[in-house]
Write a protein that binds this ligand. Structure first.
Ligand code: UDP
Ligand code: MN
Length: 269
């Protein structure tokens, strides 16, 4: 097995559905690398079992772990809780290098070449392209970096209240220092790009390897017609119908059959 892993995060059962579809999409794309998911106590035991079936590592991360000095210090700043959760990915030191993927991401084509990049590599954000989007990034697990990030979070906070503001302030030379750390947009095609720059989406969209459903319009919240088995996206996601159909095809064939009846209601309208 390689020392490389794809890492994602789920703090509840809804985002766990995203993580499950993401994992299957990575497998269907034929990745050679391991899959890891960070979970918090908000993920039920039944869902953890489902995650265990497809992820090599299901790592519980607990904000209130009193054995961890860094966590204790963060308890004084509860508003940084969700931000902090993503930082736990630096603690997966059993791996040499990782690519973090948000749970609202879908891999369309094998992207294992991302592991040739170094920390800290990410793609530009559509809202402010001198910032990177923190939904897809290449990093090296390290307790030293983890502790530095926690210290930084305590001292400076996050300018947007989330992990993206914190990571952009910490890896602040990303914008200008080394172009090899700028991932092409096809590795983190944010769903809003379809309507904010439709001609570019039409021209380049076919090359996209990883799609990221940023904002409130998540794949699992789209209307899915159980008769026709066709997803009918909200107006802002119309251009991604094909990709959303892929998300739902994976969900229906590989995930839904394994869910308990009350969990099935987590997805769809
Ligand atoms: N996340 C989670 N539970 C939440 C919110 C976020 O597990 O309640 C994780 C999940 O991996 C998610 C990531 O944090 O993909 C970032 O949040 P989100 O994707 O919703 O932010 P966006 O990409 O829309 O800015
Ligand atoms: Mn996201």
């Amino acid at each position: 097995m390689s020392g490389f892993a794809w890492v994602t995060l789920a703090t509840n059962d809804s985002y766990s559905l995203g993580a499950l579809v993401l994992a299957h999409s990575l497998k269907q794309a034929g990745t050679a690398h391991q899959l890891a998911v960070l979970v918090t106590p908000g993920v039920t035991n039944v869902m953890r079992k489902n995650l265990n079936d497809v992820f090599n590592v299901v790592e519980e991360v607990n904000l209130f772990d009193s054995k961890d000095e860094a966590n204790l210090r963060l308890l004084k700043r509860p508003e940084l809780g969700v931000t902090f959760t993503k930082l736990h990915c630096w603690r997966l030191t059993q791996f040499e290098k990782c690519v973090f993927l948000d749970a609202d991401v879908l891999v369309l084509v094998n992207a294992d070449e991302l592991f040739e990049r170094d920390e800290f590599s990410a793609a530009p954000d559509v809202g402010w392209p001198d910032c990177f989007n923190s939904g897809v990034f290449v990093y090296r697990p390290s307790m030293e970096t983890y502790n530095k990030l926690v210290d930084f979070a305590l001292q400076k906070g996050s300018f947007d209240g989330g992990d993206q503001g914190l990571l952009n302030a910490y890896f602040s030379d990303w914008a200008h220092k080394d172009i090899s750390k700028h991932l092409p947009f096809i590795y983190n095609m944010c769903s809003t790009a379809c309507y904010s720059y439709l001609p570019a989406f039409k021209y380049y969209g076919g090359n996209v390897k990883i799609v990221h459903f940023i904002g409130p319009a998540k794949p699992w919240l789209q209307y899915f017609d159980t008769e026709s088995r066709i997803v009918q996206p909200s107006p802002d996601l119309q251009h991604l119908q094909e990709v959303l159909q892929k998300w739902w095809d994976i969900f229906c064939s590989l995930i839904h059959p394994k869910l308990t009846p009350d969990m099935s209601g987590l997805a769809g309208a």
